[in-house]
Design a binder for this molecule. Structure first.
Ligand code: MN
Length: 304
């Protein structure tokens, strides 16, 4: 089942090329807004699943082309991002120590929204293609063997970065730097989340293209480790990291499409009111794979 918010945060289920409004079916889920409607529904999903499926079976779908999709998790309780979590096509001989960071939940945007580049002197702005897990139940000190039972579903996630600013916090938690969507696919629809192709295009050109089988610390271990640090709650997002080799500058006017196999395609635009420009090459195409090797070419903060 694919759960999505659309228009003024109606809740729907994708059916073919359309979406069936199920807002009435979940009206008794305790909530004060769409953010905790979806998290409370996820936390009590077993009780609602049958009635939602019946409503979808009898309901008429509105074409997806006729609605505006919104972020499926408009303000998650936690957004945890795994750091350096790919073997990068065999270029790493061993996994980096397991590591993660928080991203501000207010940074969330949804399908077709704009990632806005802030007026800061970053050396480059990047967006990392990632598979994100949506947590289904309260997870504290979960063992890896049990961890997949805590996954409600999956969504596409772009981990935005403003590289070269003085602290990691202000690199990752920028406004609009957490695009998610286009929907949440429930876990039963994904037979093997460790074998999904992830492709990110910029203006139609493939930049990132890798498989989740290259993940350094697998999903179950990530849940085990993160839940040993702090509790995860229903509706929390755990982004599983990226293969950095295809990272490149996001810049004004770019059209980004992230496709995660069996999940869907999240499209966003990029806006930079300062109209700065960078080269179009990827880290792989540059020596050393350091973001600093892609100097800004024109605009405010460009070094002569
Ligand atoms: Mn990342």
């Amino acid at each position: 089942m694919k759960l999505a918010f659309f228009n003024d945060f109606r809740l729907g289920v994708v059916k073919g090329d359309g979406i069936v409004d199920i807002t009435a079916e979940v009206a008794d889920v305790p909530h004060t807004g769409p953010h905790n409607l979806i998290s409370n529904l996820i936390g009590d999903f077993a009780r609602y699943r049958g009635r939602i499926e019946a409503a979808v079976a009898r309901g008429t779908a509105t074409p997806l082309s006729a609605v505006t999709l919104r972020p499926p998790l408009p303000r998650p309780g936690n957004i945890i991002c795994m750091a350096v979590n790919y073997m990068e096509d065999g270029t790493k001989t061993e996994a980096a120590p397991i590591n993660a960071f928080n991203k501000a939940s207010t940074a969330v945007i949804g399908p077709n929204d704009a990632m806005v580049l802030p007026d800061v002197g970053a050396s480059i702005f990047e967006g990392e293609a990632e598979l994100a897990l949506v947590i289904g139940k309260t997870a504290t000190n979960v063992k890896a063997a049990d961890a997949m039972d805590y996954v409600f579903g999956y969504t596409c996630f772009i981990d935005g970065s403003a590289r070269g600013v003085p602290a990691f916090y202000q690199m990752k938690s920028r406004e609009t730097f957490a695009p998610i969507g286009p929907w949440i696919v429930t876990a039963d629809e994904i037979a093997d989340p460790q074998n999904l192709q992830i492709t990110l295009t910029n203006n139609g050109e493939v930049k990132q293209n890798f498989n989740t089988d290259d993940m350094a610390h697998k999903i179950a271990r990530c849940i085990e480790w993160v839940s040993s640090v702090h509790t995860l709650l229903p509706g929390d997002i755990l982004a599983t990291g990226t293969n950095h080799r295809g990272l490149h500058a996001f810049q004004d006017g770019d059209r980004i499409e992230l496709t995660v196999e069996q999940v869907g395609t999240l499209a966003i635009s990029v806006r930079d009111d300062l109209k700065r420009s960078w080269g179009r090459d990827t880290r792989l195409e540059r020596a050393g794979m350091k973001p600093e090797t892609a100097p800004q070419r024109t605009g405010k903060y460009a070094k002569a």
